[in-house]
Every structure is written in structure tokens, then in C-alpha cells.
Design a protein around this ligand. Structure first.
Ligand code: PLP
Length: 394
């Protein structure tokens, strides 16, 4: 049956929503598998932890299924307390969300009105643009410098005029780079105390070992100004499918504002239970982060030797310049069962964002990429693949 063609929404829609760019979740593995009659798929498009969940989480969830008939605790009390203790913050400063993207959405709903000015990075995490625009705010994106470093003078200039919300992903998605401590402070010092600072640290666990990386919670802790730091269980903790993240704010008034606009049971029961266990399994977390670090270094070297520009990354993904139409490259890879994300933002159409997978998955990706880009590159690349050192999977 074909869908009816009536468009009742058109005449009723808020103009902000009619013009909203769509979020691109990447290709669906089942569809790709069916379309090209493939036996397996390598999914490197969503920055997931290739090692999967902690075995302790898997064990716990099986034992909790009996309780699914009950509503979850609307305050996520146990997890809330556990997190506040771990982070040494007051529980009143903290909020848990249905993924950190839920908190981003609540922040925009509670604080942004039509005409407000929001600053974020370019290229940017698309929800940092979509949610503010949904509220009618205008989003200005500050580009990285040509080497994908932070362009502090550009930020300082943009911060001269009033800004309602500063929305930064540190490390950056999709670039993978960071505001180092000096750059972080140059940014904060240039920001008015009337601006709400939102530091999205979705990849915090991958970056924190770098001595130059500013832990925003520690850096902003003593600041007398409004701020919130967002973190998630989706990336290094490998709970993306359960949807759970959290925010720590300057004070309880920010958190109270978010509670006004959230739905009461937004954190599902299994997510609360799993997060408590995941938080305590430091062995699995360390293993995941160590694996990503070594694999990221290996892949970056290989790709650079092959002549590709790869932005320096502090995350579990790489931002790679194919020097050609990245959409066409991603399509060719997809036909071989390898799903990566071609970046669609204006000015970055030659870039792929590729999550770091298991060693054999990364190997297939690199081989596939070399095959696609071979005619365009000058230096021979196949020989590097042959010499590729294999790293033991933890
Ligand atoms: C993945 C990601 C998120 C969303 O994480 P969830 O907790 O799964 O909602 C938020 N911000 C950035 C920059 C991300 O890359």
C-alpha cells in the first residue's frame, strides 16, 4: 500500500521546524546487507565501542527482566547518587538524560528563544545545530583553522557580540581534535558571564589521558558563571542502545530548569541498572580506551603514509580527507559491506568520519579505501597494507 500523499503538516508547521536539517544516522546495516546481498557488515559509522558492553552488564540485564512491567525510578536515584559521589559533585548539580542528546534538547527547550544567538564549531555535531534552530535560535559556526586546529582569534571575534549559548564538543565530533587547556581558557575568558557554556564531552574517556586536555568539570568548577558539562554512557561505556547520559551544571537552578521540560520517565529502567554496573567496571573501560588508543595510532600512521590527510584525533574515530567526493567513496565501500559516514556539511564534502572498529574490520576498511582512492593518489599504497602490524585484540 502506498502512503497517502496528503501533506496536512505543511500549512500547520512552525517555520523553524519546516527548515530544519535532518539528522543523518548513517546507513542501516540490515538494509545495506539486503541491498547488496552481503553475508556480513562492518559498521564504522556511529562511533560505537567495538568491544561491546562489559560482560558484567550483560549478566546483570538478564537478571532484571522480571521488573520490566514496572515504571523506572523517575529520579534515577541510585545512579544519580553513585555518579555524584564518583565525580565529587553535589547531587543537585547533576541531571541524567535519555542519552546526552536528550540533555542537549532540554537545554535548548529551557533556555533558547527565537532570535537568540548560539555559537558552535564547524564542522559540527549536527544536533548542536538542529536543536537550537528548532527553538528559532540562530546558529553561528566557527571554522577550525586549515590544519583542523582551533582558531582562537575567530572565537574571540565572534564572542564580541552577545551569545546566549556556547555549544562546544571537546573533543570535537566529527574532527576528533580538542581545545587544549590554553585554548579552553582563551575561549572561556572571551565569553560573557551572561552566556550559558555547554561543554559536550561525549568522548571524555578517550581524551582524559592527554595531559593537555582540560577536564571541563575541574576547570569550570570554581567559575561564578552558568555552565554545564555533558557526558555519556554511549561511547566508551558501550551502552548506546540503552540511551543514557548525564550533565553536571554550575548550580541547581540550571538542573531545575531542565527538569521542568523533561518527560518524567525519560530514563528507562535497564539503562539505569546497566549504567551503575558499567560505571564500576573500570577494567572494561580501561581495556576499551587502551585498545582504541593503540589502534587509532596505528591507523593514523597507515593512512598518512598512504597520503591521506587525517585530523589529529583524541576519540574513537578519524576524520579523513579522501580528496574526492566522500559520498561516492562511502557508496563504493557500502557495496562491499563497509558503512562509514560521508560528511555532508558544506565545505567538508571530501571527508569521511570513520569509527575505529576491531582490527580485522579496520583492515577491510583501509583496503577498501585504498581501492576506491587509488586512481587519485600519487604514491603506491598497497605495500603499506602488506606491512601492516597486527595488534592483538584484547
Ligand atoms: C554521540 C554524541 C552525543 C550523543 O550521545 P548520546 O548520549 O548517545 O545521546 C552527544 N554529543 C556528541 C558530540 C556525540 O558525538
Amino acid at each position: 500500500m502506498s502512503a497517502p500523499s496528503t501533506n496536512y503538516a505543511q500549512a500547520l508547521l512552525r517555520p523553524e521546524v519546516a527548515e530544519l536539517p535532518l539528522y543523518d544516522p548513517g546507513a542501516d546495516p540490515e538494509m545495506v546487507k539486503a541491498r547488496y546481498a552481503l553475508s556480513s557488515i562492518i559498521k564504522l559509522s556511529n562511533n560505537e565501542n567495538p568491544l561491546g558492553v562489559s560482560p558484567k552488564v550483560a549478566q546483570l540485564l538478564a537478571s532484571k527482566v522480571d521488573l520490566l512491567g514496572r515504571y523506572p525510578d523517575p529520579a534515577s536515584r541510585a545512579l544519580h547518587q553513585q555518579l555524584a559521589t564518583r565525580l565529587a559533585v553535589s547531587p543537585e548539580q547533576m541531571i541524567i538524560g535519555n542519552g546526552s542528546e536528550n540533555i542537549l534538547e532540554l537545554l535548548c527547550q529551557a533556555f533558547l528563544s527565537a532570535g537568540d544567538r548560539v555559537l558552535t564549531q564547524s564542522p559540527c555535531f549536527s544536533l548542536h545545530e538542529i536543536f537550537p534552530r528548532m527553538m528559532g535560535a540562530s546558529v553561528e559556526k566557527i571554522p577550525h583553522d586549515p590544519a583542523f586546529g582551533i582558531d582562537i582569534p575567530a572565537w574571540v571575534a565572534a564572542l564580541q557580540k552577545p551569545v546566549k549559548m556556547l555549544l562546544i564538543s571537546n573533543p570535537s565530533n566529527p574532527v576528533g581534535g580538542i581545545f587544549n587547556r590554553a585554548q579552553f581558557w582563551a575561549l572561556i575568558d572571551a565569553t560573557s558571564p551572561q552566556t550559558l557554556i555547554v561543554m559536550d564531552e561525549a568522548y571524555y574517556e578517550y581524551a582524559i589521558h592527554d595531559a593537555d586536555y582540560p577536564d571541563a568539570l575541574i576547570e569550570l568548577g570554581a567559575q561564578k558563571r552558568p555552565w554545564i558539562v555533558l557526558r555519556t554512557f554511549s561511547k566508551a561505556y558501550a551502552l548506546a542502545g540503552l540511551r543514557i547520559g548525564y550533565g553536571i551544571a554550575s548550580d541547581s537552578s540550571i538542573v531545575d530548569a531542565l527538569h521542568r521540560v523533561r518527560t518524567p520517565y525519560n530514563i528507562n529502567f535497564l539503562a539505569q541498572e546497566a549504567a551503575k554496573v558499567a560505571l564500576d567496571d573500570l577494567v572494561h573501560l580501561d581495556q576499551s580506551v587502551a585498545y582504541i588508543e593503540s589502534e587509532r595510532q596505528r591507523l593514523t600512521i597507515l593512512l598518512r603514509e598512504a597520503g591521506f590527510f587525517v585530523a589529529p584525533s583524541h576519540t574513537n574515530f578519524l576524520f579523513i580527507d579522501t580528496q574526492s567526493d566522500a559520498g561516492a567513496v562511502a557508496q563504493r565501500l557500502q557495496e562491499e559491506g563497509i558503512i562509514v559516514k560521508a560528511w555532508r556539511e558544506a565545505g567538508y564534502e571530501s571527508f569521511l568520519r570513520v569509527s575505529i572498529g576491531l582490527t580485522h574490520e579496520n583492515q577491510r576498511f583501509i583496503e577498501g579505501l585504498m581501492d576506491c582512492c587509488q586512481p587519485l593518489m600519487v604514491c603506491p599504497r598497497r605495500q603499506h597494507i602488506g606491512a601492516m602490524p597486527m595488534i592483538e585484540q584484547p
